[in-house]
Design a protein around this ligand. Structure first.
Ligand code: NAP
Length: 278
């Protein structure tokens, strides 16, 4: 089937859901992944031309994060190539309160292509599909900065916005800030997940240094430790990240999902009940 929309990171947290959103509208996008054909690999530019061939619009998520060294250069190369190959519009998933991500946004904004930037705060799904899931399963959640207020946002809201702005040119040239409807702390979150999953989770407030040491002791890769330290020390504490914005309501005409709603739905899937055996 002919397709003119590419979803880069199309098997990831938001990309997979954008693909579903488009399919529900009868559109079959090309899924950008290292494991599908044509494949797309950020680390292998030889894959980029075939992935972009015949594409008019694309949703781009960078892996692992726009803040990592090399991300800006990769976004720059991809953006130039896309323009050269005739791509008309790019929707970039960016991060709120990330200086490096803003540098990537500027590349897209100055590309001459139509664009919409979807600038997201931290995802609820980090607790069920990413790095906060393991501590939840272990029952022992030790995190720094337990009182920082964060407008956690639901990935389903992000992608509904992303799919809308991808298809609807009214939002061209805009930065849409997607946040949840409330400011919430890690302590609040662990309480909510305890209640909705009917588990007794223990929360420990630790320092960032203790958190980093713990990751090193678990022999997590250095680049992952670097990224998590960066996210805690620069992004989480950035005042720009600690604001609720009502762009989800503006684009979708309905309220953004609360963390409680997300937690109730997620608890029902059973993901938080698969308790680790020590
Ligand atoms: N998590 C948050 O709280 C948060 C908040 C704000 C912004 N963001 C931004 O969200 C973006 C990530 O989006 P996401 O969470 O939707 O994705 P994700 O789930 O983190 O990413 C997984 C996707 O990346 C792909 N991938 C991994 N390595 C790749 C490579 N070398 N080349 C090509 N694809 C590769 C995977 O595809 P295959 O394995 O199939 O190849 C998969 O589709 C980041 O740029 C981050 O800055 C995240």
């Amino acid at each position: 089937m002919k397709t003119n929309i590419l979803v880069i990171g199309g098997t990831g947290k938001t990309g997979r859901r954008v693909v579903e959103q488009l399919q529900n509208k009868g559109i079959e996008p090309r899924v950008g992944s290292r494991n599908l054909l044509p494949s797309f690999d950020w680390d292998n530019k030889d894959t980029w031309i075939s992935a972009l061939e015949g594409i008019e619009k694309m949703y781009v998520t960078y892996y692992p994060d726009l803040a990592v060294p090399g991300a800006k250069e990769a976004i720059e190369s991809l953006t130039y190539l896309a323009k050269e190959l005739g791509v008309k519009k790019m929707v970039l998933l960016s991060g709120k309160g990330e200086t490096e991500a803003e540098a990537c946004e500027k590349i897209v904004m100055n590309s001459g292509m139509d664009y919409t930037i979807v600038r997201a705060s931290w995802f609820n799904q980090n607790w069920s599909e990413s790095f906060f899931l393991d501590p939840i399963l272990s029952g022992e959640v030790a995190l720094p900065m337990s009182d920082v207020l964060i407008p956690f946002v639901d990935a389903n809201d992000i992608v509904e916005v992303a799919a809308t702005v991808l298809l609807n040119d009214t939002y061209n040239g805009e930065i849409i800030e997607v946040t949840g409807p409330e400011l919430i702390t890690f302590k609040d979150i662990v309480n909510i997940i305890s209640k909705t999953s009917k588990r007794n989770l223990n929360f420990y407030d630790i320092t960032l240094e203790q958190y980093i040491d713990g990751m090193k002791q678990m022999q997590m890769p250095n680049d992952v430790v670097w990224l998590i330290e960066y996210l805690f020390s620069h992004v989480l504490t950035n005042p720009k990240n600690q604001l609720v914005v009502n762009d989800i309501e503006r684009v979708l005409g309905r309220k953004a999902k609360t963390f409680l709603e997300y937690a109730q739905e997620t608890a029902e899937t059973g993901i938080w009940s698969q308790v680790e055996v020590q």
